[in-house]
Write a protein that binds this ligand. Structure first.
Ligand SMILES: NC(=O)C1=CN([C@@H]2O[C@H](COP(=O)(O)OP(=O)(O)OC[C@H]3O[C@@H](n4cnc5c(N)ncnc54)[C@H](OP(=O)(O)O)[C@@H]3O)[C@@H](O)[C@H]2O)C=CC1
Ligand SMILES: CCCCCC/C=C/C(=O)O
Length: 486
């Protein structure tokens, strides 16, 4: 397997089923495009419904043995996989950059996070414990956490390697087998990690990867009655369809959907720091992050100074191909470029010219300038709808009460951030704002260890942390009558 940075791909790629690689049953393929150049990178097989059914049958067959594998052995295997990912970090990062477009240093961070995820859940695999419940002297009552069985993972294209790890690691740790459908644009990272899993000894059939079209491969997967739990990250519209299909066969479902997260800056904050974090919050991954800080609420007394500084630093950001490690890479696809371009026009119609950015770059690739729209009202489309691009909307507020009301006036509730040096205000914000995670004085705070998921229309359930084990286990209660019957 090549490890040099010059040749990150180890072609050809196959559907990864039962520890083996194969072409699609009808030979169809997906073409993978480099978003920085609009040029094809490689092809992978596109799973048909029959292929997905085979993958699910395989996962079902492997399920009993994996459930019976001693937890400490599952733990060892996941930790070995983490080590293998770390050893291959540079090549995997180059693959993430190639298929997704993100800057190389950001791709390296995401590969490290993926490795950390397998370590973290490897560490937890042998600590999934029940409880004993006191009843009375004649009864012994206890709970056991058992695996659900076959888990299905619908993974998006924005952070493909990390988001693959985010749900697969706790699922395998919990004793489930997995079938993963990566996004059409970015299947390579998942296929590469499946090979690493095989190389460290993960039993055949425990992890299966079926790249393909959402409407065919994805729908067949989540609709399969043999699937016991579905985890989905992506758009709200698709998430709702996936949930309906899953509930038809009464499987568990976890949804991590969109956001329009408020980033609230009070006058007592360090402006310098808050501007930096605002830029990180909206322009990382070219704004293609569910937890992007896309709605900046800034106090009226610091508004002008803040926006001037934001403009100055945004203008200085470099935009270019991810392999050159710029500040901002291309969007993932022509489709995403079109969506974001339409929102730039919506923004112009709603508030006029942006204070910075607002253009797509000429030439090959899907590049959009980092953009800031000022003078936005909270009920405008650019303040309510998830753009999923490098586009920030700036809204003024007059006092704390108004800031909290504006923060909460959104259909979403994924994360919310506050910049203030006033501890009481930070805690009031955390108490009063409806979001699954609150950031204080740092955007993208927390990590693999901290529960992550949405209030309101941002989703159902929590990823990350010890809590994610609950997503992939079911609770059994055992109650014994131990009264003497002599
Ligand atoms: N919360 C997040 O992190 C993400 C949010 N989004 C949001 O979604 C918007 C559109 O992006 P898009 O890629 O179309 O997102 P989707 O939500 O449509 O796709 C996410 C995943 O779901 C799959 N999928 C699509 N339809 C089905 C289905 N019927 N059954 C099962 N799986 C399905 C997709 O496959 P396929 O690739 O074949 O379509 C992909 O793997 C973005 O602009 C952004 O706003 C997108 C990605 C991540
Ligand atoms: C800068 C990237 C941080 C990624 C954090 C996890 C993202 C999740 C998502 O978009 O669904």
């Amino acid at each position: 397997m090549p490890t040099s940075s010059e040749k990150p791909l180890d072609e050809p790629y196959g559907l990864f089923i039962d520890g083996d690689e194969r072409v699609a049953s009808n030979d169809q393929t997906l073409e993978i495009i480099d978003p920085a150049t609009d040029e094809p990178i490689t092809t992978v097989p596109a799973a048909t419904s029959d292929d997905v059914a085979t993958a699910v049958e395989t996962a079902r067959r492997a399920s009993d043995e994996w459930q019976d594998t001693r937890p400490k052995e599952r733990s060892r295997l996941l930790c070995r996989l983490a080590a293998a990912i770390r050893e291959d970090e540079e090549r995997l990062a180059r693959i993430e950059t190639l298929e997704n477009g993100k800057p190389l240093s950001a791709a390296r961070t995401q590969v490290q996070r993926a490795a950390r995820h397998f370590e973290y859940y490897g560490g937890l695999a042998d600590k999934i414990q029940g409880e004993s419940i006191p009843l009375d002297g004649d009864h012994v009552d206890y709970t056991i956490r058992e695996p659900l069985g076959v888990s299905a993972h619908i993974v998006p294209w924005n952070v493909p390697i990390y988001l693959f790890a985010r749900s697969v690691a706790p699922a395998l740790a919990g004793g489930n087998t997995a079938v993963v459908k990566p996004a059409e644009e970015t299947p390579l990272g998942a296929l590469e990690i499946a090979r690493l899993a095989d190389s460290v000894g993960l039993p055949e059939g425990v992890l299966n990867i079926v790249p393909g079209d959402g409407l065919e491969a994805g729908d067949t997967l989540v609709g399969s009655p043999e699937v016991d739990v579905v985890t989905f990250t992506g758009s709200e519209a698709t998430g709702v369809e996936v949930a309906k299909r899953t509930v038809e066969h009464v499987a568990d479902i976890h949804l991590e959907l969109g956001g329009k997260s408020p980033n609230v800056v009070f006058p007592d904050a360090s402006i310098d720091h808050a501007v930096d974090e605002t830029i990180t919050g909206i322009f990382s991954n070219a704004g293609q992050v569910c937890s992007a800080g896309s709605r900046l609420l800034v106090h009226e007394t610091i508004h002008d100074e803040f926006v001037d500084e934001l403009k100055r630093r945004t203008e200085a950001l470099t935009v270019g191909p991810g392999v050159d490690d710029p500040d901002v890479g291309p969007l993932v696809s022509e489709q995403q470029l079109q969506t974001v371009t339409e929102y730039l026009e919506v923004g112009r119609a709603e508030v006029g010219e942006p204070v910075v950015g607002g253009e797509t770059l000429d030439g090959a690739g899907y590049f959009v300038e980092p953009t800031v729209f000022d003078g936005v009202e909270n009920d405008m489309r650019i303040a309510r709808e998830e753009i999923f691009g490098p586009v920030l909307t700036v809204i003024e507020f007059a006092d704390e009460q108004e800031a909290i009301e504006l923060a909460n006036e959104s259909p979403y509730g994924l994360v919310a951030g506050v910049f203030t040096e006033n501890v009481g205000r930070a805690h009031r914000f955390a108490r009063d704002v409806d979001a699954g995670q609150i950031y204080v004085n740092e955007w993208f705070a927390g990590g693999n260890e901290t529960p992550f998921g949405g209030f309101k229309r941002s989703g159902i359930g929590r990823e990350n942390g010890v809590q994610a084990i609950d997503n992939y286990t079911q609770l059994k209660n055992v109650c014994l009558n131990i009264a003497s019957r002599d």
